[in-house]
Design a protein around this ligand. Structure first.
Ligand SMILES: [Fe+2]
Ligand SMILES: [Fe+2]
Length: 179
């Protein structure tokens, strides 16, 4: 193994130790291009003057991430397929990180029920189809939000997270093979 370095994710701000940058941030899923040297991380990166549209879009996204986190937490509680339960527990953690990030940029407290499981649909097949529907919606919506945002940081975040949600659509396809 090469020398261990520290990386910091420009999107979520979490750090990662390793001999090379991970393909995806283990916390928010942002792609490796956002994994930077911590000395290059601007301390005021999330000090953003939001337009009304940007604020409203962040609030919409906070609701989406909250709902998706709670849906995945419910999937993670199913006891008939430990591998899939674990995969969706991971997904819940990623969506929760998105919720925290959007709350931070909007300068709002994190939703109080972010760690509470919601409802799932009763079968892996139905749940994974629902996940796919949610991820397609989030990915498309964040691309729309990016197109109408004006602040460079806000645009960067929407595009990065839209790509992460697109990765989750692929993940759902992989998960289907393990039902
Ligand atoms: Fe990240
Ligand atoms: Fe998300």
């Amino acid at each position: 193994m090469g020398a261990v370095k520290m990386y910091r994710c420009r999107i979520c701000g979490e750090t990662y130790l390793g001999s090379e940058a991970p393909a995806m941030c283990p916390f928010c899923g942002a792609h490796s291009e956002f994994m930077i040297d911590p000395v290059d991380y601007p301390h005021d990166i999330n000090d953003v003057q939001l337009t009304e549209v940007e604020r409203a879009d962040l609030e919409t996204a906070i609701d989406i991430e909250l709902s998706n986190t709670r849906f995945y937490l419910a999937m993670a509680l199913r006891d008939d397929n430990p591998a899939l339960a674990s995969a969706y527990k991971r997904l819940a953690a990623v969506e929760s990180e998105h919720c925290s990030l959007f709350s931070k940029i909007a300068r709002m407290p994190k939703p109080a029920d972010l760690r509470e499981a919601g409802d799932e649909l009763g079968s892996w097949d139905a749940d994974i189809d629902e996940s796919c529907r949610r991820e397609k919606r989030a990915s498309a919506l964040y691309a729309e939000f990016a197109a109408r945002a004006t602040n460079a940081r806000v645009i960067e975040v929407w595009n990065a997270v839209s790509a992460v949600e697109a990765d989750h659509i692929v993940l759902d396809g992989v998960a289907k093979g393990y039902v």
